[in-house]
Design a protein. Structure first.
Length: 109
């Protein structure tokens, strides 16, 4: 399942559902099929994501690009590991543009 984050201030950001739900939880949002980060909630959501990225970088130093690391998928398969920083940056940028333009960020129908 794909989740698409939308804002009038930036292009859409699409993510697989499991990753999107994890980022929603970090932002303090319930990982529902649809939702909103209001303009008033944007500063806290940005701060929470940036703090989580900093923690992830401290706990999981960058691996050598020649060394492939894998993680389990929700369906029980495996995929190449992608850091939280790489996954969160597009959403953080969208939230920052949205804050600047005073536009909420939504997802779902």
């Amino acid at each position: 399942m794909l989740i698409t984050f939308k804002s009038k201030a930036a292009g859409d950001v699409m993510m697989f559902g499991d990753i999107a739900h994890a980022l929603m939880e970090i932002m303090g949002k319930t990982p529902d099929a649809k939702g909103i980060v209001t303009v008033e909630q944007l500063p806290q959501a940005i701060a929470r994501l940036k703090a989580a990225v900093a923690r992830d970088k401290a706990e999981n130093p960058v691996v050598d690009h020649d060394e492939r690391v894998f993680e389990k998928t929700p369906a029980g398969g495996k995929r190449e590991y992608v850091s939280l920083a790489r996954r969160a940056v597009p959403l953080i940028e969208m939230l920052e543009y949205s804050l600047k333009e005073k536009a909420p960020v939504t997802w779902g129908a």
